[in-house]
Design a protein around this ligand. Structure first.
Ligand code: SF4
Length: 735
């Protein structure tokens, strides 16, 4: 038996794991006691990794050889890698010849490794010349990216996990940390036990397991976060709780924000948010860290999808960061605005520029200097000059016939994107759909013309970056499985698939020239990525694979540094032109689709404790259904009574975009008028139909809860509003 040090592939906590293997099979997984993210702990998902990776489950659900469909959703034929990738090259070269580079779009995943991401980004923006490359991180993190950039000057969470134990107030907003980031939540529980005086404020319309440990639960009306945060600042100003010295020395733009929040008096804020003035005042005082007779106490904010997945996601992020800047709660132990990444490598994708507006090293496509830097590094004459289409926009463009080819890697848009009717119309209408996947059970596989089997966790080498900017190695413990009957089969690494395809396309687009993709192994990609960060805010030129062998490290870590950087902005200097942070004054906007008489319930979606995303991995294990065994629409008991429903009764749940059938379950974690359904339930669990404005006929049978959600986007981050859809229910007749 051997043990291989690696990283958990699920959430953004980024726990270290030790993978036991024997005879080419994974036989066990335990927490790595030396990894600073978890010190040996694992949650239920991480602790069962070996079971989901072991045969026979893995073999039943894995894609093992390339498959081609000559008819959309028709029968699939197996073929070898050479034939598969040459066919992909021929089809995409033909589309490029007829329609130009912007007819091709790439849709990636926060579960790819940094090296995978890097190659795809170079393939799209450097070789093909399309800016349309985006990631499912757009669905979870883009408002945090835009919020940091607008205020602090760089997409960089300034705090770290250790700050949980230094804080005297934890302000947890829009995050069910207990389910979404369980091992970080263990630290919060430890901190509370160690310091009973620690104040925990939870802002969430639902009384989640996280809210159960709060000293103050602000159970606000859905979508009113900006109103709440501006109201807190109004009170801080009125009571003299702001840090005028910090504001004067380190920021710009406070006057404009001061003027704005005058219009957010406590009585109005309390009424709109559905909380008391006393609770609002207490939250403002605790956040400001004002205790009689003591110096200002540190406050750490932890926030996630409740702020991000909103049509005003960026405004919610900046309103919270404004509070930190106004009270000087940043750059010291226990203080700072700390956004939690949902996926294991959403951060790495941002570092390499794998979002539609980015280039490697936190550069932007719209910036001529940044384009010139990367064009020189890559050895290409130019790069696309404007941001490409973001996740939802890309599928809308495909549904409209504008994007002809979609290459989807390691993500499942036929379940996870909002407004499934449009997504499925896009997947039907695109001329060529490539799906690069490990698991045959992903719903998007049904729409692929070409299915390319990819290696997965336990078989891959590379790196990931967790929520606290810590880069860890991901290592292969076992070889990938192989299909029988041919030597030209078996899953390949994501980066290697992209490189092989790129070499073939180079022969068409730049014949006779040296390859842009000279990568024999992931380390060679990593070294090019490191070079792209030289002199940037995230400089990792000091982090070779050899350095990462010693320990995971937090960026920045430039060449010559003896360690990474735990906490940013300790010197009060921000990565802006003048070194000052900026306040961002944005007014409160209500949700994009308010409840009304026809759709009177506010549906929100979220995670379960023991499932991950579309359940391709966790859904294979019976024991992970012990906590929540089946899908349900949770409603307040009053709403059940109003509709004459008993627990377990089936209802049609309908939004303006589609409907599904689900059993109801009473929950007083919700307020009357609210509904909750977990994001994980897809095709195999829920029936449904879509109201596609296009073909409609095959819109979304079995598209799951995202048949209901809408495509309203934050105008700055382009992140969709998963956290609020107006729905109605009617009792379903028994068959
Ligand atoms: Fe994996 Fe996240 Fe659980 Fe850690 S907390 S074991 S990273 S799922």
């Amino acid at each position: 038996m051997t043990e291989t040090r690696s990283t958990c592939p699920y959430c953004g906590v980024g726990c270290g794991v030790l993978i036991a293997s024997e005879g080419g099979q994974i036989t066990g997984v335990r927490g790595d006691p030396e990894h600073p993210a978890n010190f040996g702990r694992l949650c239920t998902k991480g602790a069962t990794l070996a079971l989901t990776a072991a045969p026979p489950i893995a073999r039943q659900t894995r894609l093992l050889q390339p498959l081609r469909r000559l008819q959309r959703q028709g029968p699939a034929q197996a073929l070898g890698w050479d034939a598969a990738l040459q066919w992909a090259c021929d089809r995409i070269a033909h589309i490029l010849h007829l329609h130009g580079p912007e007819a091709v779009g790439f849709y990636l995943s926060g579960q790819l490794l940094t090296e995978d991401y890097y190659v795809f980004n170079k393939l799209a923006k450097g070789l093909i010349g399309t800016p349309h490359l985006d990631s499912n991180s757009r669905l979870c993190m883009s408002s945090a990216v835009a919020g940091y950039k607008a205020t602090l000057g760089a997409d960089a969470p300034p705090a770290c996990y250790d700050d949980v134990q230094h804080a005297r107030c934890l302000f947890i907003a829009g995050s069910n940390t207990a389910y979404a980031h369980p091992i970080l939540f263990r630290r919060i529980e430890d901190a509370k036990r160690a310091q009973p005086a620690l104040k925990i404020i939870v802002v969430d319309p639902r009384r989640t397991d996280t809210a159960e440990i709060a000293d103050l639960h602000l159970r606000i009306e859905p979508g009113t976060d900006v109103m709440l945060l501006h109201g807190m600042l109004h009170l801080m100003l009125r009571e003299g709780w702001t840090d005028t010295r910090f504001i004067a020395a380190h920021t710009h733009g406070f006057e404009g924000l001061q003027t704005l929040v005058r219009d957010y008096p406590p009585q109005l804020v309390a009424q709109v948010c559905g909380i008391s003035v006393d609770d609002l005042t207490l939250a403002a005082r605790w956040f400001a860290g004002i205790e009689p007779g003591e110096s200002r106490q540190p406050t750490l904010s932890l926030y996630c999808q409740g702020l991000n997945q909103s049509s005003s996601g960026t405004a919610k992020n900046t309103a919270l960061i404004n509070l930190h800047l106004a009270t000087g709660q940043i750059g010291r132990p226990g203080a700072g605005p700390f956004s939690l990444t949902g996926q294991p490598n959403a951060m790495g994708g941002r570092e390499v520029g794998a979002l539609a507006h980015l280039l490697p090293g936190h550069r932007e496509l719209a910036n001529p200097t940044h384009r010139a830097d990367i064009a020189a590094l890559w050895g290409v004459p130019d790069l696309p000059q404007a941001p490409g289409k973001t996740a939802v926009e890309m599928f809308q463009a495909a549904a409209d016939g504008e994007i002809k080819a979609l290459w989807i890697a390691c993500t499942n848009p036929a379940q996870s994107l909002p407004d499934q009717a449009t997504v499925r119309r896009a997947l039907q209408r695109a001329e060529f759909v490539v799906v690069q996947e490990a698991f045959a059970t992903a719903a998007t596989c049904d729409f692929a013309d070409l299915l390319l089997p990819a290696t997965t966790w336990g078989e891959k080498e590379g790196t990931v970056t967790n929520s606290e900017r810590r880069i860890s190695r991901v290592r292969a413990a076992v070889p990938p499985p192989r299909s029988t009957g041919s030597t030209d089969n078996g899953p390949r690494h994501d980066w290697a698939i992209a490189v092989d395809f790129a070499h073939r396309l180079e022969a068409v687009l730049r014949p006779g020239q040296a390859t842009l993709f000279p990568y024999p192994h992931p380390e060679s990609i990593w070294n090019e990525h490191r070079a792209a960060t030289r002199g940037r805010d995230l400089d990792i030129t000091g982090l070779s694979y050899a350095a990462l062998e010693l320990a995971p490290a937090q960026w920045p870590c430039p060449a010559g540094a003896t360690s990474g950087t735990a906490r940013l902005y300790a010197d009060g200097i921000f990565p802006t032109a003048d070194g000052r942070a900026r306040f961002d004054a944005q007014p409160y906007q209500p949700v994009a689709e308010p409840r009304d008489a026809r759709y009177p319930l506010a549906l929100t979606t979220g995670r379960l404790r023991d499932q991950w995303h579309g359940m391709t991995r966790t859904g294979t294990l019976g024991r992970l259904f012990g906590h929540v065994p089946e899908p349900a629409l949770e409603l307040h008991p009053q709403d059940l009574a109003r509709h004459g429903l008993q627990p377990g009764d089936l209802v049609h749940v309908a939004s303006r975009r589609g409907s599904l059938i689900a059993p109801v379950q009473p929950s007083d974690a919700l307020a009357p008028g609210q509904a909750f359904m977990a994001m994980h339930w897809g095709a195999e669990f829920l029936g449904g139909s879509g109201n596609s404005s296009g073909s409609g006929s095959n819109a979304s049978p079995g598209s799951g809860v995202n048949g209901l959600t809408g495509a309203a986007l934050c105008p700055r981050s382009k992140q969709p509003e998963f956290k609020h859809s107006a729905v109605r229910i009617t009792k379903a007749a028994l068959p």
